[in-house]
Design a protein around this ligand. Structure first.
Ligand code: ADP
Length: 301
């Protein structure tokens, strides 16, 4: 098959692994920088060009679109979808998952466990918002943040009010969330492909930190999931419409709670913590599922 990887950097671990495995399995792998793709949007034949040349037809496309290029990257992916290329994850599903608030709303509709979350726009609503999520301590999250940046633990009500006022003053969008203390600074990353969790790791924050992101100095180890954790992760990925997803769970004393569903989960942390060959499972999923024009939306929405 001819497979495109939409990635800004072919030297990144995840991109390298996908090229390596794809080539080993006899595929023609091309890394395309989404920002270098430009499009001819017309009524007859949608086209994608790069450096003056029209791209050939691809059988499948693996989107590895960073949060900072979501808008342009999903537009390029949508163009591939209109051309009939099979997307590992669809553009609509990626757009959904990039909006943290929209994601939580979609998950809540399906009855999936979530930390109690509040959202407001007026300073006069702050006291009630804090009460709604059970008072301090609580977590305040900037909607635009990634890798734990813009996630604040407010230990007291006073601290929460001050941080919320500051964010509102800056016109930043944020949500307020109950703090799951019993998670003990750990979260669980479930790597979902299709309808299975194929690997899972526990990320533990460094001492004195509640955010377990590996970029914030957290450490990762293999973890065994409960059946409830497995089914929650698969259901969350399905709700977002993602074939491949990194579902982040918190272990609360009333079961697994979904924090986030990531549409471009990294391979390095999970492959090294679990010793599983995740890249091969992604490529074999494509081999089984890639058919021309097999998308739910065909770039429609
Ligand atoms: P990002 O998308 O920027 O990584 P997250 O929402 O995943 O932000 O939060 C970063 C980390 O903070 C999580 O991995 C988790 O360890 C911790 N965390 C986030 N929300 C909560 C919460 N409600 N209760 C306890 N810990 C949390």
């Amino acid at each position: 098959m001819r497979i495109a990887i939409l990635s800004r950097n072919k030297h990144l671990y995840s991109t390298r692994r996908l090229i390596e495995v794809g080539e080993e399995r006899g595929h023609e792998m091309h890394v395309l920088d989404p920002l270098r793709c430009y499009m001819n949007i017309n009524a007859k034949e949608p086209e994608i060009h790069m450096r003056g040349v029209e791209l050939p037809q691809f059988d499948a496309v693996i989107p590895r679109i960073g949060a900072s290029v979501t808008f342009y990257g999903t537009a390029v992916l949508r163009q591939f979808e209109m051309m009939g290329t099979y997307p590992l994850n669809e553009s609509v599903a990626i757009s959904r998952s990039r909006d943290k608030l929209r994601s939580l709303q979609l998950l809540s509709r399906k009855g999936i466990g979530l930390p109690v979350t509040g959202f407001a726009s007026k300073p006069s609503d702050i006291p009630d918002l804090i009460d709604m999520v059970g008072g301090a301590p609580l977590v305040i999250k900037l909607l635009e943040g990634t890798q734990g940046i813009g996630v604040v633990l407010a230990e007291t009500r006073k601290a929460a009010e001050s941080v919320i006022e500051a964010f509102m003053g800056l016109n930043a969008h944020f949500m307020v969330q109950e703090y799951i203390k019993e998670a003990g600074g750990a979260d669980i990353r479930c790597f979902v492909i299709g309808d299975k969790v194929i690997a899972a790791m526990k990320r533990q924050a460094k001492p004195g930190e509640f955010r377990s992101n590996l970029h914030r100095g957290g450490s990762a180890t293999l973890v065994k999931l409960s059946p409830a954790e497995r089914s929650t992760a698969v259901k969350a990925a399905k709700t977002m419409g993602l074939n491949v997803a990194g579902v982040d769970l918190l272990r609360s004393n009333h079961g697994p709670l979904v924090m986030e569903v990531n549409s471009s989960p990294g391979l390095e942390g999970i492959e090294s913590a679990t010793d599983k060959d995740v890249a091969t499972q992604i490529i074999t999923f494509i081999e089984k599922n890639a058919k021309q024009h097999k998308t739910r939306t065909k770039g429609r929405g």
